[in-house]
Every structure is written in C-alpha cells, then in structure tokens.
Write a protein that binds this ligand. Sequence first.
Ligand code: URA
Length: 433
Amino acid sequence: MRFLDIIEKKKNKERLSDEEIQFFIDGVTDGSIPDYQISALLMAIRLNGMDEDETAKLAEAMMHSGDVIDLSDIEGVKSDKHSTGGVGDKTSLALGPMVSACGLKLAKMSGRGLGHTGGTLDKLESIEGFNISLTEEDFKRQVADIGFAIIGQTGDLVPADKKLYALRDVTGTVDSIPLIASSIMSKKLASGSDTILLDVKFGEGAFMHTVEDARRLAKAMISIGKKLGKDTKAMITDMNQPLGRTIGNALEVREAVDTLKGEGPEDFTELCLTAGSIMLIQAGKAKDRDEALAMLEEAIQSGKAYQKLEEMVAYQGGNVEQIKNTELLPQAKFKTDLKSKEEGYLADIHSMGLGISAMKLGAGREKKEDRINYGVGIEMKAKKGDYIKEGDTLATIYHDSDLSDEWLAEFYETFAYSDDKVERGPIVEEILE
Ligand code: URA
C-alpha cells in the first residue's frame, strides 16, 4: 500500500477502506509516515470529511494504537463521562460522588487545563496531597472499593492521537468533526468503561460555537460508540456563560462541595442531576429519569454524596480537613468586588473572556509549562438575565497581585447589557441517544 494513494483518494472525495485507515494509523504510531504526508491527509479529511463507518474505523484503529485499560475484573457496570470542556466546568467533582453514592462505578481519567478552560486534575490538586498518579492496580482497587476514582492518564493510551493532535494544531485541521470525534472517542474507548456519557458544550466559551455543530459532533461520537458496541449517550449543554458561579481551582472545589450538600448554583446542580440520571439509567441502576432523580436527591439529602467525596479524597491522599472546611483550601491574598458601571439586563457574559481573565490571575495556564495558583479566581455574583443596577457587584475577584487597568478593561468587556428582558435558556439543551 502506498500512502500517497490514500491521500489522493481522500483528495478526490473517495471513501477510505478499513485497511487504508489501519495502514494510516499504524504508520502514524510507528513513525513510518512522514509528518508532511500525515498533514496532507489530515487536510484532505478536514476538507472532504469521512462517513460514519470511516470515522468509527479511525477511532477503533486509534484506540488500539497503545494500551487499552481492562476494567473487567471490577464487578458491575463501569461508567465514564466526558466533557468537551468549558469555563467553570467542575462537573466531575460533584457528579462523581453523586453517582457513586447511588452505587455506580466511575473510573475516570481526566486532563489538565490549558488556555481559557480549566482541568479537573488541577482542581483536585488544589487539595493538599491529592494524588492523581495512581498505578493502574491502585486505580482499579479504589473503584472496586469505593466506586469512584479520578486520575491522570495511565500507561500509553492512544499514542496516535498525541501525534495527530500535535500536527492538527499547527496545520489548521483541529476543527473537523470526524477528527475531533475519533480523537475523543478513541481515548474514551481505551479507558475501558462500559458506558459513556458525553457532555458536548456549545457557545462562545466552548469548542463548538453553535448548537447545530455541537449536535453534529455528539451524533458522530454516538455513532462511533454504537458501531463499536459501547452504550454512548450525549447531552448538549450551554456554555454561553460560565457554569455555576466560580472559575478557579480551589473556588470550584468549594462550589462542588456546596453542590454535594444541596447548596450549589441552580444551573450547575441541574446539569449534574441530568447527567447523573442518564448515567444511572445507562448502568441499569434506575429504570427511568424520575427514579434516577429521586436516587440522586436522596444521596444529596442524606449526606451520602458529600461523604463519597471525602472518601475519595482520603483514598487519594488528599487533606480531608480541606473538604470538611473549604476555608482551609488555598486562599488568594486579596478579595475585590467589581461593580457594574452600567444598568440593564445582563444579555451576555462572555465565558471565554472570563476564562482568559481567570487564567491571567494565575488560575490557568497560557502554556503547558505554566504553574497554577490554586487560590485565585472569579466568583460571579450575577448571571445572564439578571437585572443589574449601576454599583451592583458583578463578581468577586480573588487575586494575589494588583488588578491592572488592562485586566480590568478586559473583565468589563465580558459583560453585555440590554434594555429588554433577557431569557435564560436551559442549561441542558438536548439529550441525544
Ligand atoms: N478534544 C480532544 O480530545 N480531541 C480533539 O480533537 C478536540 C478536543
């Protein structure tokens, strides 16, 4: 087989056979295809697309390019959940304890934050001593014992994706539905769970800007799951404003704890309950949404959901006192309320802009090597649709150094006002199966 012929085929809008896709991924993994030829095929795929069978084969070949985790020795259904990333997205920290308190097994591998989006591992590491690098054996033992663990990637999972993503990043080929879908799903499939719930976000702070694009991506990923025999469902959720009220690592841990105690923000709580109910149905723990919601409410009201977080933090070496009393989590030196200079209905809160503002305080990374400041961040005091008067507090800023004029100007630019009443859309736009 000649790789040039494969490039020519996709350039001419023809479909690739299973053997050709396998040849491509084998050559990416063993380094036998040069970067310029890989890049040419990526661009041909970006421009001419792939059908559902090609996309599923690509995901399958990528999944098998490295280690595949075997969770079969843990009893019961193992669930997984993936978010396409957003601002203030601390879902795993609250959802994980909620569903495992209802008997679910959640074996989750998460990532770090980059740019305007945060990462679950960074949030967890704001807890003193928390260990995200368990061995595969300890990871499985923890899931078997308490039903829930979150770690960084173990082993050599999907090396083909690492290579392809690095090339896509510099060749303008990131924004391709078959390439994104196969990249995400190959990693989920290699993580070894039985069911997958995808939280596909849309909006200004998300990877997909419109509901239609988010729906197309979700459908492409569900199709991969179905073709490869994994129960895969998706929620389409709104990222047109930060999720919940906080952006920043320790602040988000605090908000997850509040939510587990039934005192969380409305949008975040609703997202967790919807995700949790889908996962409980997928795992056969509940027969329908009403039963699942009742189980989750009971887990919250009884304190079992909160207890599960304490248990998980203790298992992974974290300081449980900081969960019992979140004031003990890292704190910023200064706390400043920023007031509105205008009056009107809040029509827009640009989540990407706020994510970047939080990153510039030190809550996130501009470059992979940057260090995180766990205590800093932004706590929103206003949400989209609220009527705001001049002088009302928009947000409390937790910071370690002075807020520069440039930072303040960028912060204020993230809020847009309207004289007309603004409707708040639902946080979960749609559920796809
Ligand atoms: N996230 C991934 O893991 N892969 C992509 O291609 C895009 C987002």
